[in-house]
Ligand binder design. Structure first.
Ligand SMILES: Cc1cc2nc3c(=O)[nH]c(=O)nc-3n(C[C@H](O)[C@H](O)[C@H](O)COP(=O)(O)O)c2cc1C
Length: 177
């Protein structure tokens, strides 16, 4: 049994990337893993201040849910990010979260990593561009390896994900972590 933490970052109701994340969770639970979705919609994370307080004190100066979420991430075996594509990059919400990991990023290690993306574009390249941004983060971590990408392409309106190939792909990827 692996501990899986999925960070979702779309702020809209009935979001495509959130639906794919839930489908990934269903697959991962089906094969006996312990899965938790942490929504950045319900756990709002402020942008990093760049104040370096965390580099001296080991935790962030801001008192939001960040420290609690980070502890879950550190404790996981599998980390998953889910994001819509905004101007061919990840959502600002997810980027804010990544920046805030500065408080404890050296403790995020030895994990498998998966990325779940949604976009209107019909090309996988749109999602790969987002993954490239995330790779900058992964490169700063110790032994956190990209194992899979869910390509939620051609998804524009809410609920589109449920009628796409990626819905099944998310389930199968979750099942095979
Ligand atoms: C601000 C904004 C920027 C977007 N930029 C892109 C883009 O660059 N490329 C693209 O294919 N889709 C783009 N989209 C469409 C979304 O990525 C798409 O609707 C996606 O399925 C939304 O995911 P969500 O339902 O999880 O929020 C954009 C949407 C918004 C609101």
């Amino acid at each position: 049994m692996k501990k899986v933490v999925i960070i979702t970052s779309s702020l809209r109701d009935n979001s495509n990337s959130n639906a794919l994340a839930e489908r990934f969770m269903e697959g991962a639970k089906e094969s006996g893993n312990a899965v938790e979705i942490v929504s950045l919609k319900t756990n709002r994370i402020a942008p990093c201040l760049g104040c370096n307080y965390c580099q001296i004190h080991g935790c962030c100066v801001m008192k939001d849910k960040l420290n609690e979420i980070l502890d879950k991430v550190i404790d996981s075996d599998v980390l998953v990010f889910a994001s819509p594509t905004y101007f061919y990059s990840i959502s600002g919400t997810l980027k804010n979260f990544i920046d805030r990991t500065y408080a404890k990023f050296t403790k995020i290690k030895n994990k498998d990593f998966y990325y779940i993306g949604s976009c209107s574009d019909d090309s996988k390249e749109a999602i790969d561009r987002c993954v490239n941004t995330v790779k900058g983060f992964l490169d700063c971590l110790d032994s956190v390896n990209l194992k899979g990408i869910v390509y939620g392409i051609s998804l524009t309106d809410v609920f589109d994900a449920k009628y796409s190939n990626s819905y099944n792909e998310a389930y199968e990827m979750g099942k095979n972590i």
